[in-house]
Design a protein around this ligand. Sequence first.
Ligand SMILES: [Zn+2]
Ligand SMILES: [Zn+2]
Length: 438
Amino acid sequence: MRRWAKQDRGDKVRSSRDYQTLHERQGVAIKLDKRHPSKLTFCSAIKERGNVPFTGAGAYMASDTPANLKFTLTGPGGATKETAFTSEKCWHRVGLAVPCEQTGTALLTIDVPARVRVLHIWGLDCGALQLPEMVVARNGGTERELNSTQAPECLYLPQERAIDMDPVPTEWQGAAISDKPGQSIVLKKCAYCQRLLPIDPKRPSALAFHKHNAKKTGHQNECRSCKKWRINNEFNPKRTTDQFHESSVISRERKIFLREPKILERIKDRNGAGLKSIVWEKFGRRCFRCRKKIALDEVQLDHTRPFAYLWPIDEYSTCLCADCNGFKRERFPVDVYTERELKRLSAITGLAYTELVKKEVNQRELKRILRNIVEFAKEWDPRTFNAIARKVKELLPKIDLFKALRKADEAVFEEVIANLQERPESVEVASAVTSARK
Ligand SMILES: [Zn+2]
Ligand SMILES: [Zn+2]
């Protein structure tokens, strides 16, 4: 198994403080005969299958003079793919994947045009792809995704050494690995996959990390791929972080945490109808509050017990029209309805009156957060963490999710805080920070 496979849960045990520390490494220099084009061939024995049916190869390269190179990969099954890329004095990245369901030998050739005298390589690696589960679950392991950017980091190869493939020098036509160290390259650890991957301090965003002006190194903590699959893609593949309205990010993440898509699916499987039409019928096709007749497509399902306090959607939902839903918002029934209405709501939904009048955080879900607080803090947008922490504290002043996180993993806590402080809209963060730091 490749290195990634061992990593998931171990992350937080490993040092997680050095996401902004830089490491310098030396590439390997390959001397070429500039009078003619060269073909550099490498091979790798693929001994195990990965978790997606692809073999991938990637590297970072630089050359003494700008040149158009060709990178051709042939997997053990014979599938071949090539990609053209440019190299110049600064480092560039290249990566591709070919379909492959078997073990055997993978071959890689790098076609270098005449005129190039030195080619520098860092992180040349090839293997059966073993992607993090989160990437697979969100369809990051398709041929199209893997080849969409030429970015080697999305292949999740270890890329720990300058060259981790076997050269086949008999085919190198006079080219040879130099005895002298190659060009140096700067690496930074990814906060999620934990690999050390390249950045170019002079060209932010050029290599494996997006830029981030507020960070010490000018780059984000997570590599581009982890950033994409862990956070952004869950919501909307097209969005960039700030285009998305804050409350919508939070509510989508909360929905996923509360497993709403699954709950809705289960209800549909069991009843043959969607929750919306079940609730609509249950309420006599009327809005519960104003009692007007509404069509199915006018129904707004209200969580009854508020979603913000971790109550997932379920069969106790209330049928409301748009106006009444806007009026109720994320309030508890007891804060919105009269006693008579509460009794009627209890009779229709089947939720006990004593439950309906309570103002409680859903304890079961809260416990789930507390049990895995570090994982949730890493997975969620920090604004979601903050929003949930505030709601919990409002009803349970003794439970401070920020404090709990700090106790469990100080580095992740600092991460969340730093991220929140960078967001102007998170005014209330200051108080969360001060209280958690006490
Ligand atoms: Zn990463
Ligand atoms: Zn209404």
